[in-house]
Write a protein that binds this ligand. Structure first.
Ligand code: HEM
Length: 348
């Protein structure tokens, strides 16, 4: 055994204490609170999505003639296919929710402020990629809502001034939904977007390691020590959160498995077209202010989100209030929840 360890050591010259230093960073005590595990949760779910996604890709076939049939085959015939498809579907919902909750935790604790502005930008790119993976994934099933959801999405991008038509053409691989569209969505969903996310996550985690997480002091922090070890103490918390999530995902996949609607029919527009729940707010916004104004204002909001660390800095200097962003955040969250519920409650 010692011979094997020596053999490896000679070839991979990393010492035990170097490895310990790398994995054993002391983290601030406030990380013991569960909502500070919200960054680890989307990371864990991302792995679940990659593993279940690879299993689904063994059977999925991305042409309009075969896509729906292949999803039906996965659901009805492949051993445990229904289970892995349902895990993937619920995992997607949980992942989007976890990213939003993590971003809210970062926002409301002001953890995006100097020197973490760059990591906020990386986080915003991760948010857009997560939503992009959700959108393209919904389209792959090739049921009525997948098809019409994708068509509506492409038509919305068409209304962006100047670049709209090019955006639409790039998304669909032509000026309307065609034979190539689905494989384009599949490549975006299974390769380009997850690949980009892996790269962004590497930058995100490296920046967190270089800067350390923001230090907070809570009044009820009774512990005498300010820090505890990442390994194994914090990792245990993350593993417990992961196991609870796995049980929850598994239970939901079994009790409420993914279903399959009618096959896409380009000639019959469904009475009600709805995107996934996480696009309800966008969809409602576009209905409230139709046309170019809706799309432009949406773009403006996303830009303001990207630039938030600098806008917040300016606001704090002008208003001389540290907590201005908290009030803006509360209004924004109420609006988002209000519009999501509104869209969910009405048919049109
Ligand atoms: C796939 C999505 C994401 C993953 C896996 C992820 C992962 C993480 C992890 C593990 C941390 C360490 C602290 C914690 O657990 O809270 C963290 C911190 C951070 N994240 Fe994310 N993140 C994601 C998306 C985002 C988004 C959407 C934003 C904001 C736009 C963001 C901004 C930040 C910032 C600024 C920090 C530093 C917080 C601090 O120093 O306290 N992240 N992220």
């Amino acid at each position: 055994m010692g011979f094997v360890v020596d053999w490896i050591r000679e070839r991979v010259p990393i010492r035990g204490d170097q490895l310990r230093e790398l994995t054993n960073e002391p983290v601030p005590n406030h990380l013991k609170r569960w909502w500070f595990c919200l960054g680890g949760t989307p990371a864990y779910l991302f792995v679940v999505q990659i593993v279940t996604g690879i299993l689904l890709a063994f059977y999925y076939s991305s042409s309009p003639q075969t896509a729906y049939q292949s999803v039906r085959y996965i659901t009805d015939d492949v051993t445990y296919g229904w289970y892995f498809r349902s895990l993937h579907k619920w995992g997607a919902t949980f992942m989007v929710a976890a990213v939003i909750l993590h971003q809210m935790r970062v926002y409301f604790t002001g953890a995006y402020r100097k020197p973490r502005e760059l990591n906020w930008l990386v986080g915003m790119c991760l948010l857009l990629c997560t939503l992009g993976v959700g959108f393209t994934g919904y389209s792959l099933v090739f049921e009525q809502l997948s098809y019409w959801g994708a068509t509506v999405g492409a038509n919305i991008s068409d209304t962006v001034p100047l670049v709209g038509p090019v955006l639409k053409e790039m998304l669909l691989g032509g000026d309307a939904y065609n034979e190539r569209t689905l494989s384009r969505f599949f490549i975006l969903h299974a390769a380009i977007l997850p690949g980009t996310m892996i790269l962004l996550l590497a930058i995100h985690i490296t920046l967190i390691r270089l800067q350390g997480v923001t230090e907070f002091k809570f009044e009820d922090d009774a512990a005498t020590e300010d820090h505890f070890n990442f390994f194994p103490d914090h990792l245990y918390t993350e593993v417990i959160a992961g196991l609870v999530l796995m049980l929850l995902l598994s239970a939901l996949a079994t009790i409420l498995p993914a279903t399959l609607g009618d096959r896409a029919d380009p000639l019959t527009t469904p009475e009600v077209i709805k995107p996934e729940w996480f696009f309800y707010v966008t969809f409602r916004w576009l209905k409230l202010f139709s046309g170019t104004f809706a799309v432009l204002s949406m773009g403006f909001i996303v830009l303001a989100m990207f630039l938030w660390p600098w806008i917040d800095n300016l606001l704090r200097r002008v208003t001389r209030r540290e907590d201005a962003s908290v009030y803006i955040g509360i209004v924004a969250v109420c609006l988002i929840i209000g519009m999501t519920v509104y869209e969910a409650a009405v048919a049109h």
